[in-house]
Ligand binder design. Structure first.
Ligand SMILES: *Cc1c(COP(=O)(O)O)cnc(C)c1O
Length: 367
């Protein structure tokens, strides 16, 4: 089959560079009523995702949800917190802040712990909040804050929440599939991710891997019809049907992406590759005079923020365009105070790509 070459490599945190075989898997049509789709694609994906997330597969179940990752986050926040509940949201970046926005729009009582984008949450402070505000029933936190690439100590935060018997919600959008974890051991009740991040599928849907007993409690609690997590789960659990039109091509591509994750050697091996990408990138960039925003001990293997060059001739747009002409698409910075740009380490990207990227940047030196 003659598939077109992509004109440039996406060094972005999703959508990201996918394999040709993942793209090729989209080249047929599916009937959403037929078991070729419901059983062999949808149910198969749900089973494999639960297995990737934990060895305690009987306690957990996977729900697929149409839309981008935010839709999946909104479906969890909008369905899991009862009218009498209160959500503690930890935010050290745009995605934590987005959860606050969701709680506001949905009129869900919440408490926010907002901290600078370059700081990790402080466990003692979280403990104080849990002690002082007993009305808190749920805690939500982002694993890898894609805003900067900072990795939050989610395992420790969730363990602390569990000391106080809270329900835990983790936005692992940009880390699930790229960083090993067992969500039962980590005591995560709801984990959220999406198709176009570390599993290396194409955009179109998100997924929630959740404790079955917690999904049961979401019944009749949703603040939205289309984002009703319980209803979506109850329908899907009965034979792989989606309540409303499913993104069939993206779903089929995702099954292929899961197979390729397995062929690569699973999450451990992917984590090694991403870590190698990140290390190659940051070592090379430092050699040619760039500084990373974060210290190495906070940095995730997912995406890296760099401080923009200080020369006044530098402009991100010019930098971006020259790199694009040379075959690489990077990402603008997203932090509120400070000039940065970001380079993604995930997708069908290898250390050799990072080396070539650095050679290209070094050659440019146009500012
Ligand atoms: C990508 C991402 C999301 C979801 O963003 P969408 O644009 O809705 O797909 C949420 N949280 C994090 C940490 C992300 O990286």
């Amino acid at each position: 089959m003659n598939l077109p070459e992509n004109p440039y490599l996406l060094l972005t945190p999703g959508p990201l560079s996918t394999s040709k075989t993942v793209k090729a898997a989209m080249l047929r049509d599916w009937c959403t009523w037929d078991e070729d789709y419901n059983l062999k694609v949808v149910q198969e994906i749900r089973t494999r995702l639960t297995q990737l997330a934990t060895s305690a597969t009987e306690r957990y179940s996977t729900v697929l949800m149409q839309g981008s990752g935010t839709f999946a986050v909104e479906s969890v926040i909008g369905s899991a917190i009862p009218a009498t509940g209160k959500l503690l949201i930890i935010a050290n970046g745009a995605y934590g802040l987005r959860m606050i926005q969701i709680a506001k729009v949905l009129n869900i009582p919440f408490e926010a712990y907002i901290l600078p984008e370059t700081s990790q949450p402080d466990l003692a402070h979280i403990r104080r909040l849990l002690e002082e505000i007993p009305e808190i029933t749920h805690l939500a936190v982002v694993h890898c804050e894609t805003t900067t690439g900072i990795l939050n100590p989610v395992r420790e935060i969730v363990a602390l929440a569990k000391e106080y018997h809270k329900i835990t919600i983790v936005d692992a959008m940009s880390s699930f599939g790229g960083i090993p974890m067992d969500i039962n051991e980590w005591q995560i009740d709801f984990l959220i991710s999406s198709a176009n991040k570390c599993i290396q599928g194409v955009p179109g849907f998100g997924f929630i891997i959740a404790r079955r007993d917690q999904l049961e409690k979401c019944k009749n609690q949703a603040r939205s019809l289309s984002l009703d997590l319980y209803d979506q789960w109850a329908t899907m659990d009965g034979g792989g049907k989606w309540r409303f039109t499913s993104p069939t091509h993206a779903v089929r591509a995702f099954l292929q992406a899961l197979t390729e994750l397995e062929e690569e050697g699973g999450i451990e091996k992917r984590f090694e590759r991403y870590s190698q990408n990140q290390k190659t990138l940051v070592d090379g960039m430092r050699k040619i005079g760039f500084d990373a925003l974060l210290p190495d001990n906070m940095q995730s293997p997912i995406i890296t923020s760099f401080l923009s060059p200080q020369e006044k001739e530098y402009s991100f747009l010019k930098f971006y365009n020259v790199l694009k002409d040379n075959g690489y698409v990077i990402y603008p910075g997203k932090i509120s105070n400070g000039d940065t740009f970001r380079i993604g380490n995930i997708g069908v990207v290898y250390p050799s790509d990072m080396e070539k990227l650095i050679e290209t940047i070094q050659r440019m030196k146009f500012w």
